[in-house]
Write a protein that binds this ligand. Sequence first.
Ligand SMILES: [Zn+2]
Length: 147
Amino acid sequence: MRCPNCGNKVSKVVDSRPSEDGTVIRRRRECLSCGRRFTTYERLGESPLIVLKSDGTSEVYHRDKLIRGIYIACAKRHITPEQINNLVDDLEAELRNRNFTEIKSKDLGDMVLKRLKDLDEVAYIRFASVYKDFKNVEEFSNALKGL
Ligand SMILES: [Zn+2]
């Protein structure tokens, strides 16, 4: 995303929201070089991303749904909505770069976890307990040791 003012390629996302049907994401960006704010419209791939669930069913990827899951994990932690948005922006950028058309829910969860780990350990554990579907206390404590 090149800055329309100075041409610098590095910008940060200050606001991000999906369109009505969720296929286009409108972003407010701020150039890190000159500070100019500008808007971009980004499409998350041509076809929807399919999430393959562990029970064999699949569903279309929804940013809102993922964000909701992360919000729940981050409840009462010192994490701002902006941090969560940036986390998902970063994750979607990786999905786009790798040209995924489908992804296992577990892999998607791992992508979130990788990012949550740097943000907040409690949120990381909460999210992991849902996504990784721990079967017993031992698995759970192994995840804790991995921090
Ligand atoms: Zn600029």
